[in-house]
Design a binder for this molecule. Sequence first.
Ligand code: SF4
Length: 335
Amino acid sequence: MSALESELALKKTQGKSILEVRNVKKYFPIAGGVLRRTIGQVKAVDDVSFSLPEGETIGLVGESGCGKSTLGRLIMRINDPTAGSILMGGQDITRVKGRQLRKLRHDFQMVFQDPYSSLNPRMSVGSLIAEPLIVNKRGTRSDVNNEVVRLLEIVGLTPEARLRFPHEFSGGQRQRIAIARALALRPKLIVADEAVSALDVSIQAQVLNLLADLRKEFGLSYVFISHNLAVVKHVSDRVAVMYLGRLVELAPKRQLYSSPLHPYTQALLSAAPEPKRHVNRERIVLVGDVPSPAKPPSGCAFHTRCPKVMDVCRSERPALKEYAPGQFTACHLYA
Ligand code: SF4
């Protein structure tokens, strides 16, 4: 996407941005031979741009390996991008280090798919939630204890939960504990990576409702990463669809689900089970596997699987452009 098109995508958002992702790339080197020289690159995230206004939720969807989780980790600065910039509240977090980064980190937190592996099993729930408050010197011991109880209540757990250990809780309750810990430093942005994917459907709904309530109560913004289109629809204001490290469509939720433009989005939606489907969609079966991001196809990366492929698609990469108000897609069909 050109700088101009990135700017267009950024300007489409209303209000003050909490997050701006600008032309971000993450390439992982592939080592080979006896000397382990770099013989190629995996383009996990390839020139992605979007912005997120305060209080909004953007859903990132795509098949496994499309780069959505890598993008989440770049936003959290768990990994550094190869190129591009990520602005949090106007400040470029890809340029800060050390103390300044630690301070900025209070504003953005991550909730992972498996809360059991992200919560230290040897620590009591109380200690887990208190840890970020103690490390960051947020009040006296008694202030911290009161805050732990308050956070447990906010996520729907009793104060007694603080005396128990993560393994004593169900998956849904453990995710609530992870959310309470993430909220401890009063973040502005939460990146939720497949946060409900490991939970039963009935529990998923409870955790999604909790996230929606917290958004209203604390004015939170979310980047919600999921392979599940129904889940993303439930929580998002806008949805970004990724394929092989690139954004192929970005649109307000209603538009994307009722009139998707990109053939990949159309295929994903045709395969997604939706109980109250208001649009009669014919099932589009995609043939073949997702190509390797180490060797992406030429032109449009989706051309090897696209049911509407044209000659131009094999040689020219389509740019992400706005084809309907607020709806951006990267496809030659609309050029
Ligand atoms: Fe299909 Fe061509 Fe559009 Fe790519 S650019 S999605 S191959 S029609």
